[in-house]
Write a protein that binds this ligand. Structure first.
Ligand code: PAF
Length: 279
């Protein structure tokens, strides 16, 4: 695997691939890789000849400096994992290479960034869309893969790609879960043993809501209460539980197949998010 450090190296490498007739898939990450990420890589390999993974802990998307400082870094482990999964190129710039002197551009997607994670984490999505726009602009990949766990992030990037006419196919990969159902996340390792044990209530709540939906319940408030009461039996603080439309992200009072229950909690000072598409 070749490691690239500057946007110029990334851009030239992607150009060479294209000249050779090879399609390029990009998997943007912030490192601390786990099975959730490797599932994105495996999916990327099915969609393109060349996989470019990126690792960059993006300071612009952290509205909380403690969260940024505590973000786990495991570069050696990550490089090994990416090699095992057949990644040909890793783009791992430092902050200076990503944001040069006097950097002053921000990509702001309106509307859908005002709710959910956007209202709890001001500036977060401008940070995400700015860095992803820079990655896309340097590499111009054919395909890019993101996980379903960050459902709103996917919707925001999809909006940006469509609004800015970026010819990139986005693929949403399913959430990978621990055996007990907790969605895999780089933040999970910050949970105490007790909090890790309690965190499974999020998935249990979502599963119970799906059972009720399958039994014919359509009232969103009832489904939300089900998820909330499961989480309230733990020490987690609920930020939101909502039933939303998958494209507009607007809250729905009546749940329909394909709509999404989204959850955010803070447990042991760690923010955890999850979601489930009702079927
Ligand atoms: O999902 C992430 O890990 C990040 O938000 C991303 C997309 C790599 C942008 O920094």
């Amino acid at each position: 695997m070749h490691i690239l450090r500057t946007p110029q190296e990334l851009s030239q490498t992607a150009d060479v691939c294209r000249v050779n007739g090879q399609s390029v898939a990009m998997v943007p990450t912030m490192g601390a890789l786990h099975q959730g990420h490797t599932s994105l890589i495996d999916l990327a390999r099915q969609h393109a000849d060349i996989v470019v993974a990126t690792i960059f802990v993006n300071p612009l998307q952290f509205n909380n400096s403690v969260d940024f400082d505590k973000y786990p870094l495991q570069m050696d482990h990550d490089v090994q994992l990416l090699e095992q999964h057949g990644v040909q190129f890793l783009y791992a710039p430092n902050v200076d290479a990503m944001y040069g002197a006097n950097f002053s551009t921000s990509v702001h997607v309106g509307g859908i960034t005002d709710v959910l994670e956007g209202s709890s984490r001001p500036g977060h999505f401008a940070g995400v869309s700015t860095v992803v726009a820079k990655l896309f602009s340097a590499a111009r990949p054919d395909v890019a893969i993101f996980g379903q766990k960050d459902f709103q992030q996917f919707a925001v990037i999809q909006r940006m790609v469509s609004d800015l006419d970026m010819p990139i196919q986005l693929i949403m990969a399913p959430t990978i879960r621990e055996p007990d159902g907790l969605a895999m996340s780089s933040r999970n390792i910050r949970l105490s043993d007790l909090a890790r044990h309690e965190a499974v209530a999020i998935w249990q709540g979502l599963r119970k809501a799906q059972e009720q939906f399958s039994a014919g319940i359509r009232d969103s408030d009832q489904l939300i209460k089900t998820v909330e009461s499961m989480i309230e039996s733990t020490s987690a603080d609920i930020d939101y539980v909502k039933v939303i439309d998958p494209v507009t992200l607007n809250g729905l009072s009546i749940a329909t197949p394909g709509c999404v229950i989204v959850v955010a909690v803070v447990l042991d000072e760690v923010r955890l998010i999850d979601n489930h598409v009702l079927v």
